[in-house]
Design a binder for this molecule. Structure first.
Ligand code: PEP
Ligand code: MG
Length: 288
């Protein structure tokens, strides 16, 4: 039975009408790749690089970042890896950065807004990523909390500057869709993005105006709320015919019902906690 389960986990998430959904793992550390693969992961769809800042009082150096990204890619052995640029702010704090206090941190300088203001954070991360690419790593770069085309164009230009200066290969550059404005502007963003990954945790929080961490609201902060689903549909429709695939990496992607609904809306990649993978794959294989 054990062997059969292990084999079943490796089957693709192909729906009964023949659509294959790519199943990724949300993991941050190279050491976690083996476990994710054994659960049936086919890629890493979200590597949250904030983990490099956790439980320490200093900042990770460019070298340390480079080694981590390269090790992650090497352990994945040619499978896709999406590295999310540093997403600090809101629920993700990095005390060593001593950022200014904000009255509304969830509406403040977080994610890409911070990266665009802090070259000292973005530049070493981009250099580490392009060094890994030069060493043959297969990876994509994804930017969090993007709200406008203007931000995306600036981020892309910064990537290109680093790439050219280092004479490194290019890689796909994607955007998290986790602010309602980004979903509403998906068509414009898709012209300049290689892929989208819908961050349903933040998208739900900002769409419903419900703090994602407030336990009293947890039951109502539903990522399958019709308003959230409309934003997801707008995202998929906006990306259509624009050479921009759409994935999702928020919590609902790891819920069997949520995964079935997202795939029905046209999301073609789902990334989740490794332990959620077997049930999601099993459910998708029974879904039309
Ligand atoms: C999200 O917002 O859905 C997401 C995947 O990112 P995080 O949970 O890290 O904010
Ligand atoms: Mg988020």
């Amino acid at each position: 039975q054990q062997t059969k389960d292990a084999e079943t986990r490796q089957l693709p998430a192909k729906t009964t009408d023949g659509t294959e959904i790519l199943i990724g793992a949300n993991i941050n550390q190279p050491d976690h790749v083996a476990e994710a693969l054994s659960e049936g992961a086919e890629s890493v769809g979200l590597m949250r690089t904030e983990f490099l800042y956790l439980e320490r009082s200093d900042e990770p150096s460019e070298d340390e970042q480079f080694e981590t990204y390269l090790a992650m890619a090497n352990n994945l052995d040619g499978r896709d890896l999406i590295v999310r640029a540093l997403d600090i702010g809101g629920d993700k704090q990095a005390p060593q950065l001593a950022l200014p206090q904000e009255e509304n941190p969830f509406l403040g300088v977080r994610g890409s807004r911070l990266l665009l203001r802090r070259a000292d954070l973005l530049q070493p991360q981009l250099r580490a990523l392009y060094r890994a690419l030069k060493e043959g790593a297969k990876l994509s770069i994804m930017f969090p909390m993007v709200t406008s085309v203007n931000e995306l164009l600036k981020l892309r230009a910064l990537c290109e500057d680093v790439r050219v200066a280092m004479d490194a290969p290019s890689c796909p550059i994607g955007v998290m869709i986790e602010v309602p404005a980004a979903a509403l502007e998906a068509q414009a963003l898709a012209k300049h993005a290689d892929f989208f990954s819908i961050g349903t945790n933040d998208l739900t929080q900002y769409c419903l105006a419900m703090d994602r961490q407030n336990p009293t609201l947890a039951a109502e902060a539903d990522s399958l709320h019709p308003a959230v689903l409309k934003l997801i549909k707008l995202t998929v429709d906006g990306a259509k015919d624009q050479n921009c695939w759409v994935g999702a990496c928020g919590g609902i992607a790891g819920d069997p019902l949520g995964a079935a609904i997202l795939s029905g809306l046209g999301v073609s990649e789902l990334s989740m906690s490794p332990l959620d993978i077997p049930a999601v794959k099993a459910r998708l294989r029974q879904t039309q």
